[in-house]
Design a protein around this ligand. Structure first.
Ligand code: S3P
Length: 174
């Protein structure tokens, strides 16, 4: 169970839920490192996420996420923000569980769809480019269930980032 002994915190949630902003602020507060699965994959691949989707397709990217999940257990005192699809794929969740030494606290950053949509519409995110608002809402609804299943904690990120950070620290007793 994740508590004071949590060595890494994984943030999951829909695109635009603020995983990176909250993750960076949380890491700064805890004096831990910050990592982001999209950036780790981009570094390993030497190309951007939109480029990976365009050149090799979504399934290739999902396998890269799975590979990244299998390496996360090695990192300590780190806050990791994940891409919005990271914990929605069974293989990736399994890879994370296999690599985990029970020190990972998974926190679901919950934000309503309209707020997320407002933040992501017009962005270069591949899923935003190919799906209508209605389709994205369906993906959002489906994923909400998966984020809940994959996480131990649910924290609303609808106010100030500092409030969300304080709430994460409170629920994790850090
Ligand atoms: C994705 C979310 C993106 C990125 C990729 C796919 C998704 O990350 O991993 O474009 O499937 O929701 P953010 O959640 O940081 O936007």
């Amino acid at each position: 169970m994740a508590d004071k002994s949590a060595l890494r915190i994984l943030l999951c949630g829909f695109m635009g839920s603020g995983k990176t902003s909250v993750g960076e602020a949380l890491a700064f507060h805890l004096k831990w490192n910050f990592s982001d699965t999209d950036s780790l994959i981009e570094k390993r691949e030497g190309r951007s996420v939109p480029q990976i989707f365009k050149e090799d397709g979504e399934e290739y990217f999902r396998r890269a996420e799975e590979e990244e999940a299998s390496l996360l257990g090695r990192k300590k005192k780190v806050v990791i923000s994940t891409g919005g699809g990271f914990l929605t794929r069974e293989e990736t969740v399994k890879a994370l569980r296999m690599a985990d030494d029970s020190s990972t606290a998974v926190v679901y950053l919950a934000v309503d769809f309209e707020t997320c949509y407002h933040r992501i519409c017009g962005s270069t995110r591949p899923l935003v480019a190919v799906n209508t608002k209605e389709e994205l809402k369906k993906i959002y609804d489906n994923r909400a269930r998966l984020y809940t299943a994959a996480s131990q904690y649910r924290v609303e990120n609808t106010g100030e980032i500092s409030e969300t950070v304080a709430e994460i620290i409170r629920v994790l007793s850090l």
